[in-house]
Design a protein around this ligand. Structure first.
Ligand code: CDP
Ligand code: MG
Length: 156
């Protein structure tokens, strides 16, 4: 089974707009397994690392201010092809262009305050999980819905 891990950041707009439960629920309902979850305050250094591909962009200063404006909730999720599956649930960057049914399509009208971050590739996902979680903060446990979330051949 191509079990992948991916990183989610539930951004300050979601916290302020009382959407934490809604967002966690969507990932749970999909069948994804929560293997790590905590509330943290982001700071300049980790944001410069996490958004290193954007540090020279004109929006970087405002993105940083937004991401530091309240605590965030970080989650590590695992599941079959989880990286691309989660990006589909999240939707594209701009909330006003995202399909209805996706988190951003249903809950955001913005290209910045777009509710969640999700890792975009296998290269970035492992690095991002390691950036926000120590190994002892990630949990390997048996989930009782496993044999119904996946078919027999997928379970291996
Ligand atoms: O989050 P995603 O991978 O979909 O998009 P990104 O291109 O990697 O950009 C990272 C984040 O920067 C976005 O989610 C927005 O919050 C922010 N951003 C922004 O503030 N203004 C832009 N013009 C583009 C992105
Ligand atoms: Mg990105």
């Amino acid at each position: 089974m191509n079990e992948e891990r991916t990183l989610i950041i539930i951004k300050p707009d979601a916290l302020q707009r009382n959407l934490l439960g809604e967002i966690v629920g969507r990932f749970e309902q999909k069948g994804l397994k929560i293997i790590g979850m905590k509330m943290i305050q982001l700071e300049d250094a980790i944001l410069a690392e996490h958004y290193s591909h954007h540090v020279d962009k004109p929006f970087f200063a405002s993105l940083k201010n937004f991401m530091k404006s309240s605590p965030v909730v970080v989650m590590a999720l695992s599941g079959l092809n989880a990286i691309s599956a989660v990006r589909l649930i999240v939707g594209p960057t701009k909330g006003y262009e995202a399909d209805a049914g996706s988190i951003r399509g249903d809950l955001s009208l913005s290209g910045q305050t777009n509710i969640v971050h999700a890792s975009d590739s296998s290269g970035s996902a492992e690095k991002e999980v390691a950036r926000f979680f120590k190994s002892e903060e990630l949990f390997d446990y048996k989930k009782i819905d496993f044999e119904f979330v996946y078919g027999e051949e997928e379970r291996g």
